[in-house]
Design a protein around this ligand. Structure first.
Ligand SMILES: Nc1nc2c(ncn2[C@@H]2O[C@H](COP(=O)(O)OP(=O)(O)O)[C@@H](O)[C@H]2O)c(=O)[nH]1
Ligand SMILES: [Mg+2]
Length: 407
């Protein structure tokens, strides 16, 4: 990590441990006085700053401009990242799985804004991906490079014999399994084992996600399949240190749009270095708006970047309502307001409100669910924009540092 050290530090350092234990003053762009002040609030070393900044951010911000603090935090976090986790100019996601698992369909479905019937027409026409298929999407200003590894066996051998070329520098690997292709489970599982062996032998500490795809609403998973799936999850938690069996698998189907949006949004938030801050900010916004759910969707990618939900079941409700709403407004240029009412458990009325917003020239859609009639009637475009600007602005700026371009 020599270039990184040169860009961020004043002096010469032996190794990462030495860097982490160095005083914050070692950072290139910080004065003695500033670092003294950080020490007073309890941040002494670069590692302190990388891990404990959140506890005293507000206190520091009273004295030092946030852009400066943010750049130090980003620098210290980058210096503390493991070699293999280092951030480049964006994020790289690999989607892998045998042919026909639904990899291409997943990324098409995520971005599709029209009616479901139109989506199905697109998907019927798909042919198997040959070799590597790259696409770039921008999520909240971060470039996310998606690499689909075509799943036919001739290609699989290439990935396994030249793994560095495909897997190094990856932020997340998504393995896609077609839950309906019972006669191909064995082949699929075998392939998964081969790839995890390869990434383990390269010592890549990359987080894995498993998509149990084609979990259509009308499709019933039989006991035998369920057994295979739990053995896959078992295998992953034993063999991949970053795999959390409680959190890192998703049931997805192109017929349930919230399933795909939910899974990818979760993943994108995880990739971002600023997820903790964004999460807290989202909760603050929700409280101010008296909302049970608040979400900020990136209009181009449909990913929900900032999200807070009082109850887990409101997430799917909102994601589905979002897709349903934007189906009809794709070509609208003016800001729009959409309000719908949902009744939950026969008594709770949630009012769904959608608003068009802009940040730094990009278009976002805010969605919220509230039970507050008065709020929903009087909610004002400018007030929403102001609240979101106020709470999220720092994070939007910080995002630029968090991705820290390394030429
Ligand atoms: N029933 C069902 N079919 C799907 C779903 N997702 C994709 N497919 C179909 O699966 C087939 C293979 O999809 P594709 O994305 O090309 O798979 P890939 O080879 O992994 O890229 C296509 O015919 C899709 O229409 C799903 O969620 N449910
Ligand atoms: Mg494909």
């Amino acid at each position: 990590m020599s270039e990184l050290k040169d860009k961020l530090l004043k002096g010469e350092y032996k190794d990462q441990l030495e860097i982490k234990e160095s005083p914050i003053f070692a950072l290139l762009d910080i004065s003695e006085e500033e670092s003294k002040f950080l020490k007073e609030v309890g941040l002494e070393t670069i590692e302190d700053l990388a891990t404990k900044w959140n506890d005293c951010y507000e206190k520091i911000a009273k004295k030092i401009p946030k852009e400066r603090i943010n750049s130090w935090i980003a620098a210290s976090r980058l210096l503390s990242l493991e070699e293999t986790e280092k951030v480049t100019t964006g994020a790289k996601i690999i989607m892998v799985g045998i042919d026909n698992a639904g990899k291409t369909s997943l990324s098409i479905a995520l971005k599709h804004r029209g009616a479901l019937s139109q989506l199905f027409q697109k998907l019927y026409a798909l042919t198997p991906t040959r070799g590597l298929l790259r696409s770039k999407i921008e999520v909240f200003g971060l470039d996310v490079h998606m690499h689909e590894l075509g799943g036919q066996s001739i290609y699989r051998e290439d990935y396994l014999s030249n793994p560095q070329q495909y897997f190094v520098g990856t932020d997340i690997i998504i393995f896609v399994i077609d839950v309906q292709a019972i006669d191909r489970f064995e082949e699929s599982f075998e392939y998964l084992k081969q790839i995890t062996n390869v990434t383990n032998s390269l010592q890549l500490k990359v987080p894995w996600k498993i998509f149990f795809h084609k979990s259509d609403p009308e499709y019933e998973i039989d006991d035998k399949s369920a057994e295979v799936f739990s053995s896959i999850i078992d295998y992953m938690s034993k063999n991949c240190p970053h795999f959390d069996p409680a959190r890192d698998f998703f049931r997805t189907s192109v017929k349930i749009r919230s399933s795909i949006l939910g899974a990818f949004s979760h993943i994108f938030r995880e990739i971002s270095l600023i997820q903790d801050g964004v999460k807290n900010a989202s909760q603050n916004i929700a409280e101010e708006l008296k909302a049970d759910f608040f979400g900020l969707y990136d209009f181009r990618s449909n990913v929900c970047f900032a999200q807070y939900a009082k109850e887990e079941n409101l997430v799917d409700l909102s994601h589905n309502a979002y897709y349903e709403a934007i189906e009809t407004i794709v070509n609208m240029r003016e800001p729009f307001l959409r309000i719908r009412r949902y009744t939950l458990e026969d008594e709770i009325n949630e009012i769904f409100i959608l608003r068009d917003l802009r940040f730094g020239g990009d278009r976002y859609i805010m969605a919220m669910l509230t039970q507050d009639e008065e709020m929903s009637r009087n909610i004002d475009q400018e007030a929403i924009q102001d609240i979101i600007d106020e709470k999220l602005q720092d994070w939007i700026e910080f995002r630029g540092y968090a991705t820290f371009p390394l030429e």
